[in-house]
Structures are given as C-alpha cells and as structure tokens.
Design a protein around this ligand. Structure first.
Ligand SMILES: [Zn+2]
Ligand SMILES: [Zn+2]
Length: 298
C-alpha cells in the first residue's frame, strides 16, 4: 500500500488553512518527500511523522514556495542526528541551489546529502521506480514525477504463440524479466511481457498546460495536480506558467487517470475553494481538493 500525506497544499502564498506545498509518499521503507515549502518541518509534527525516516527529497523546481523549507528541514535532521545520506533530486540547477543552501547554513553540513539533476527514470528497484519529466514554468526548469509500484510480470501469450516459442524453462526466465535465446535468436523479455497491477502516482506541480503531461501521467491510479486558478482566469494562469482546475481535470480525463486530487491553490480561494473543485468536476468527476494533512491510501 502506498500512503500519501499532504503536508502542505497552498500556492505561492501560504494561508491560515494551507501551508506551502509538500507531499510525503510512504511505501515500505521509503519515505519520499516531494517539495519542501516553508514550515514543512512543523507539518511533520502535525502529521505525527518523524523527519528522520525520510529517504529521498524530490524537488519540482526552485521557487520559494516549494523549497523555502529546506534549510529548516535539514536543521531538523541535524538536531536529530540523521545518519543516512539524504538523496535529493531535482531539475537542472538543483546541485548549485542545494550547494548554496549548505553554504548559507554551514552548520548543517554534517547531514550527508547527495544531489542529482534528473531526467527520465532515475530510481529503480525490484519493486518500484521513479521517473522525472521536464515541464514548462516560465524560465525556470521544473519537473513532474511519477512513482510506479511494479505489478506482476505477465507473459503475452498471443505473441508467444505467434513466435512459436515453447513453454517450460524459457517461460520461467521471461516471467523473471530475463531475455531468452531460442534457436540462436534472442528475444527481449520487455517485448514479450507486460506488467499487470502496477500502481502509478503522478505528481504535477507548477507548470503551464503542456501536451506532454497527459502521456507522462497516462493511466495514473492517482494524479496529484496543481490547480492554482479557476477556469475564468486561464489567461492569467498561462501568463504565470500555471494550470487552471479545468485544465488539470482535462489532463486527468485525457490520461485515463482514475482519481484526481488538486492542490497548490491560490490564496484568493481561501474562502471559496469549492469554486476550484466545481471547475474540475465538470470535466472529471472523480476529483477532490486536498486539505493540509489529508491522508490518501492507494
Ligand atoms: Zn508554486
Ligand atoms: Zn513555481
């Protein structure tokens, strides 16, 4: 089971109800933090999760609302004697930015960090993988991420029949994802198998509408998307490199995603966030609007 905790759900300006953006994804021994807006270390307290458990930090882009919490978060780790190496991933430029943070707060240099600028699949285990896709957000590099828990590998029996491959030990190898050789010819496992029962979580934060998004998040079990403004302000959303709630819903629909959760809501909707939700629901019914500290299990 994958557990998602919405630590912060605001847009650029935090409000009384919404902290700066941050999402915690828990799966087995992995505790992956996506973005770390101001006050994230305190949100951990409210969520009753120890920051010590963090294994990876994924940054979407270097705008304050998504990263102002990094020094404070590192301080939490430092005070608690974090002994692992914190893996930090982000778009182009992240190495320099994190190095600047560590220079500005040299006392936290005891926390071991390793920073990688990522594109495509950058973490893969037997059980899951994480992939990054660059999107469009003004001039600043920004990444969307997918987390995929791998399902079971199944054999495509039709293809097998067509190729007249015999059953037996060869099939066992294929099921393990290994390539096979039959009659001196090599067959790649990836061409003869498919994965069934994958669980896919997609996270699309700051970006303007972009055709690449729906193919990247295709068939998500859960799509988490920014919805900074409502559809009446789409022109402004475009100028500022953001999505409207309606556009987020269109992505969910086009990508055949099962569920959409909206966050990164502008402070102008503090008293009327239903407006954002209604906007999206007109296009994609299975939409909810995240509140801080909401927990979702997939
Ligand atoms: Zn933002
Ligand atoms: Zn931004």
């Amino acid at each position: 089971m994958i557990k998602i905790i919405f630590l912060g759900t605001s847009g650029a300006i935090p409000t009384r109800k919404r902290n700066h953006p941050s999402i915690l994804l828990k799966y087995n021994k992995e505790n992956i933090l996506i973005d770390c807006g101001e006050g994230t270390q305190r949100q951990f307290k409210f969520a009753r999760v120890s920051p010590q458990k963090i294994t990876r930090l994924l940054i979407t882009h270097w705008h304050g609302d998504h990263v102002l919490g990094i020094p404070g978060f590192l301080q939490s780790l430092f005070f608690n004697g974090y002994s692992k190496t914190l893996m930090i991933y982000g778009p182009k430029g992240i190495k320099q930015q994190i190095s600047n943070v560590l220079k500005a707060f040299p006392m936290y240099n005891d926390v071991k960090v390793k920073v990688e600028e990522v594109l495509g699949k950058f973490v893969e285990t037997d059980d899951f993988y994480i992939e990054a896709k660059p999107l469009t957000h003004g001039k600043i590099p920004t990444n969307a991420y997918i987390f995929v828990k791998k399902g079971k590998l199944r054999i495509d029996k039709n293809k097998l029949r067509k190729l007249k491959l015999p059953s037996g030990p060869l099939l066992k190898r294929l099921k393990e994802g290994k390539n096979i050789i039959y009659n001196k010819k090599k067959y790649l496992a990836k061409n003869l198998t498919f994965s069934e029962g994958d669980k896919k979580i997609s996270i699309v934060l700051d970006t303007s509408m972009n055709k690449k998004i729906s193919s990247f998040v295709k068939n998500s079990d859960l799509l988490i998307s920014e919805a900074t403004l409502d559809s009446s302000l789409e022109k402004l959303a475009k100028e500022r490199g953001h999505l409207s709630a309606r556009q987020a819903a269109e992505i969910a629909k086009k990508s055949l995603s099962k569920k959409l959760i909206l966050m990164h809501i502008s402070n102008r909707y503090e008293k009327d966030s239903e407006k954002i939700l209604k906007d999206a629901k007109k296009v994609f019914k299975n939409t909810t609007l995240a509140k801080d500290l909401d927990v979702v299990r997939i």
